[in-house]
Design a protein around this ligand. Structure first.
Ligand code: HEM
Length: 494
């Protein structure tokens, strides 16, 4: 059952490939004076990096839960950590020829020349970091089998954490002028991701293992729940700090692919926080019996799917050039439009963020009554906002930072009002209306001065339609007549 939960991580692969394809990063391009990187490497390197991140995550999670959080070290999970470390090792070894191929523009198969490989590994910082990672991950793979108690568990965990942190010293962070802040924040980010994502999968495997004592299951789950909260805080803080070093303000966030990817990760993180909070409330206290296990796995399946999407976006982010900065006349990306007008409002209403009257007669406030009675005008408002936002951003009347902030607030408010209206009893026609009008609304942003590829617009349209379909699901569940004791549902409204 836990294996099915872990499969959600695979959602990152289509997300990663779709984003990179839309940014034209999977096609060989000949720039005069620069080596042509073969397409096999353009596909292979991000996929290898994804595999490295997933394996590192699983290894860290298994060591944390099996070696430290469980009342007694769990040999099954520690063997899992060893196997994950072996996959991690394989991904690191594959990274060597792929890196040579990318740096020198050689075919992948010709990139194993011993002289070139030796100079990469011995003379460059990237190579030295790879060697250190390979050595430490090899140790984790061997020592995972030998954990006998808390102390050995802590040693293996320290090794796995060190190996997970090392990539933060290379890549975009290594290149950045604010080198130390960028490297330290990314290192903290990577370890928090590993402990949180891998830990969730490992704790599910631990709790539902046959013959597990209910008291051990509950203790481990409670400990993990506290640790997960700390990880989320560290992850959000380090991610935002790292992003702030590369993106100069709201303008760049909404007008460049790099900024849009950060916005997308932030929206996914918001959804994960809502799910995590509900899991803490409903699933953790019930984890002692089989019904509780089913509930835990149901929540975890949704969470791991979203985490998989976030990791796919993260690898795409690491393969995207950080932006130079927004300038007057820049255009809002179709992705940002979709995220602000549809995705974030969807997460907000799903989390239960709606006007509350606080009245003793239980009557809904005027705003909720109007949106529920007349949802169609709010559908028109969100589409008009999607037409207006590109004009506000591109207008030279306001500085670009202020213009994008204004457009963002307009989109978010219009989207939120629409989402409240759409989840009411008469919401279906309003959702269908936006589904139809969303295509021309995004097409409009490309008119005159197309800055995005057709695939980028297509991905944004698809994401918008997916959000609207999810809004239909949230709406249907919220308006379902409640006959019996309501069963906690990860998707149902709070
Ligand atoms: C507020 C939300 C978040 C922000 C602002 C953020 C920001 C960032 C930034 C700026 C990077 C560095 C990318 C580069 O090298 O250019 C990064 C890397 C990464 N992030 Fe996040 N992140 C967030 C949430 C998440 C979440 C929810 C996950 C997974 C559950 C995640 C997983 C990762 C991973 C795995 C990497 C490393 C990718 C690689 O180099 O292979 N992040 N993040």
């Amino acid at each position: 059952m836990t294996r099915r939960v872990a499969l959600g991580l695979l959602a990152g692969i289509p997300v990663l490939l779709l984003v990179l394809a839309s940014l034209d990063a999977l096609r060989e391009t000949g720039v005069v004076g620069l080596p042509v990187v073969p397409w096999q490497t353009l596909w292979g390197l991000p996929l290898d990096r994804w595999l490295r991140d997933i394996a590192a995550t699983l290894a860290l999670g298994c060591v944390v839960v099996g070696g430290l959080l469980a009342p007694r070290p769990d040999p099954r999970l520690l063997r899992g950590a060893s196997l994950a470390a072996l996959v991690w090792l394989a991904a690191l070894l594959a990274q060597i020829p792929l890196t040579v191929s990318e740096l020198l523009g050689r075919p992948w198969a010709d990139s194993l020349d011993p002289i070139i490989v030796t100079s990469l590994l011995a003379q460059t910082q990237l190579g030295q970091l790879l060697v250190a990672q390979i050595a430490i991950v090899g140790l984790v793979a061997v020592l995972g089998w030998a954990v006998l108690g808390r102390v050995t568990g802590a040693v293996v965990l320290a090794l796995a954490m060190t190996a997970a942190m090392l990539p933060a010293l290379a890549g975009h962070s290594g290149l950045h002028a604010g080198h130390t802040a960028a490297s330290v924040s990314l290192a903290v980010h990577l370890v928090s991701v590993g402990v949180w994502v891998g830990g969730l999968i490992a704790v599910c495997a631990y709790v539902v293992a046959p013959g597990r004592r209910p008291s051990d299951a509950v203790t481990t789950l409670r400990r993990f729940s506290v640790l997960a909260l700390v990880c989320v805080l560290l992850l959000a803080e380090s991610g935002l700090l790292n992003a702030s070093l590369r993106v100069d303000g709201v303008g760049t966030l909404m007008t460049t692919p790099y900024g849009t990817l950060i916005l997308a990760k932030s929206v996914v993180l918001c959804a994960l926080v809502v799910l995590g909070w509900r899991q803490r409330r409903y699933a953790v206290p019930e984890a002692a019996d089989a019904t509780g296990h089913r509930l835990l796995l149901r929540f975890a399946a949704f969470e791991v799917l979203l985490m998989g999407i976030a990791i796919g976006l993260a690898v795409a982010l690491s393969r995207t050039a950080p932006p130079a900065g927004a300038i007057a006349g820049d255009r809002i990306t179709t992705g940002s439009l979709t995220l602000l007008a549809l995705a974030l409002p969807l997460v907000l209403v799903w989390a239960g963020a709606r006007p509350s009257s606080g009245r003793s007669d239980g009557r809904a406030p005027w705003f909720a009554r109007i949106t529920a009675a007349y949802p169609e005008p709010f559908a028109v408002i969100v589409v008009v906002a999607a037409f207006a936002a590109p004009l506000i951003v591109a207008s030279a009347a306001l500085p670009i930072g202020l213009a994008t902030l204004l457009a963002g607030v307009v989109l978010l408010l219009a989207g939120w009002a629409f989402a409240i209206a759409a989840t009411g009893p008469r919401g279906v026609p309003a959702i269908v209306l936006v589904m139809v009008l969303w295509v021309p609304a995004l097409w409009w942003t490309t008119v005159g001065e197309p800055v995005e590829t057709w695939l980028q617009v297509g991905v944004a349209v698809l994401a918008g339609e997916a959000c609207l379909a999810l809004l239909l699901v949230v709406r249907a569940r919220r308006n379902r007549p409640r006959t019996a004791e309501p069963a906690p549902d990860p998707v149902a409204a709070a």
